[in-house]
Design a protein around this ligand. Sequence first.
Ligand SMILES: Nc1nc2c(ncn2[C@@H]2O[C@H](COP(=O)(O)OP(=O)(O)O[C@H]3O[C@H](CO)[C@@H](O)[C@H](O)[C@@H]3O)[C@@H](O)[C@H]2O)c(=O)[nH]1
Ligand SMILES: [Mg+2]
Length: 259
Amino acid sequence: MVDFSVIVPAYHEHANIRPLTTRLFAALDEPKNAELIFVDDNSRDGSVEEVEKLKAEGYNVDIIVRTKERGLSSAVIRGFTDAHGKYLVCMDADLQHPPERVPAFFHALKLNAFVLGTRYSPEVSMDKDWPLIRRVISAGARMLARPLTTVSDPMSGFFGIQKDYVLKAKNVNAQGFKIALDLLIKTEIPTTSIAEVPFSFGVRTVGESKLTGKVMVYYLDQLKELYFYKFGAVTCVLFVLLLAVLAVLSLVYLVSLVL
Ligand SMILES: Nc1nc2c(ncn2[C@@H]2O[C@H](COP(=O)(O)OP(=O)(O)O[C@H]3O[C@H](CO)[C@@H](O)[C@H](O)[C@@H]3O)[C@@H](O)[C@H]2O)c(=O)[nH]1
Ligand SMILES: [Mg+2]
């Protein structure tokens, strides 16, 4: 049994599996007390064989291959469920999340129920090659989540949680990419038990991003559900009605100025 588990959703990430594994175990304070679990959606790109090789070399690494499901969030939930550790960290396979920061997450997790990686801190940076369009999408997504949480970067995808809280979370939305935001809101962990760990966000050097328009639509749907969860359906509907009335009044005012 181990105390520390790192969960990595992976789809067509064969070339990233070895560097992630070796860098992670080299960085950990207690590598013998840790496991790494990839959750792969039947990529059939040699990922399984690479993990077998790493296992034979002595790394405590495993790969779960799902054949009937697809999606980042549901893969993370599957990994969290199967993990043996009481401290869980989720990170991407493509090295945009530096494995060298994982120990900082585990330290913070001993004192906090939830730990979020943040790219918005003075001591860290975004890779200058991260495309402008992704920066704009990320800023928009972050702004829309503002009323739900005060944490600085609920979208980073690099986060940790104590396993007990995963087991307590109910009705988690496993569609799309934003599992951290869903867990953050639905576990109702008090802000005093949430920590942030700054990390410098890299760019993917091998393979391609799997972010699609469909994933963005899932995000909007998830936001609607979370707003209802947090503020109640009546408040949300009244708020939208108020906005609509304000929009109509502004339009009438503008038209009256012109006429
Ligand atoms: N198992 C599985 N894994 C998936 C799937 N889709 C994506 N992944 C894995 O999830 C990780 C993130 O996917 P990317 O394709 O690299 O996403 P991204 O566009 O870089 O977005 C990431 O960075 C954002 C920060 O800007 C994060 O917000 C987002 O959650 C994600 O972590 C990678 O390890 C990728 O292989 C899937 O359908 N199934
Ligand atoms: Mg990526």
